[in-house]
Design a protein around this ligand. Structure first.
Ligand code: MG
Length: 246
């Protein structure tokens, strides 16, 4: 998983270098796929099924502005000044998965957008800080939700983080909010050796979403912008280990 995580981190570093006005999301995808396969790894997202069909056609998800997650790379989708783009990527190395995402700014962005990104990444790090043996799953969830809501933003309800290892999505599902009593996830104890992907998705407006006609792209229902950051981490006896960092 460390090796898979490093490959994912290398892809995201390349995306950060490359994402600028005039670049298409298909070009980003091509470079991501080249890096993954050069390391003898497999793009984890390509061919990923949805409801038993509707396989994802690319190696990254590229989601611009009001798109939240699962955007499909497209040669006609060109980045422009002031955009933000969430790039999510997964790799399989020797049967083990890594999964991470960043949201990047394209040129200059407005003040609220800049804060949205800062708060989302801060929420991810607040969640990671709670991912330690002795804590429980709700400690992570509460930390993420509180960080976001204190800043005046909202976490998405309909998409969540997850266990990860020999599959991309394993138990437990890890929502970014704690719902009403009776609808909460099991409050699992966190144990050294568990590997999880935390991924707050944060909106400046309302948290309701819809899926576009392509069957994949998730957008905010109110058209406002969204940010998304993700790391795959390992829980240890001490500090959590971020696996998707160079
Ligand atoms: Mg994920």
């Amino acid at each position: 998983m460390r090796q898979a995580g490093r490959i994912v981190a290398e892809v995201l570093a390349a995306m950060r270098e490359m994402a600028r006005p005039g670049v298409s999301t298909a070009e980003l995808n091509a470079v991501a796929e080249e890096i993954i396969t050069r390391h003898n790894a497999i793009p984890a997202f390509k061919g990923y099924p949805h409801n038993g069909k509707n396989e994802f056609p690319a190696s990254i998800c590229a989601s611009i502005n009001e798109e939240i997650v699962h955007g499909i790379p497209n040669p006609r989708r060109i980045l422009k000044e002031g955009d933000i783009i969430s790039i999510d990527v997964g790799a399989i190395h020797k049967g083990f998965y890594g999964d991470a995402a960043v949201t990047l700014t394209i040129g200059e962005v407005d003040e609220e957008t800049r804060r949205l990104l800062e708060v989302t990444e801060g929420a991810l790090m607040a969640g990671i800080a709670q991912a330690r043996q002795g804590n429980r799953l709700w400690n992570i969830i509460r930390a993420i939700q509180a960080y976001v809501e204190r800043a005046g933003f909202n976490v998405l309800r309909e998409y969540q983080g997850h266990g990860i290892g020999r599959k991309m999505h394993e138990e437990p599902g890890i929502p970014n909010f704690l719902g009403p009593r009776g609808q909460r996830p099991k409050n699992y104890p966190l144990v050294s050796g568990m590997t999880i992907a935390l991924e707050p998705m944060v909106v400046a407006g309302d948290w309701h979403t819809k899926v576009l006609g392509d069957g994949w792209t998730v957008v905010t229902a109110d058209g406002k912008r969204s940010a998304h950051f993700e790391h795959t981490i390992a829980i240890t006896n001490g500090e959590p280990e971020i696996l998707t960092r160079l």
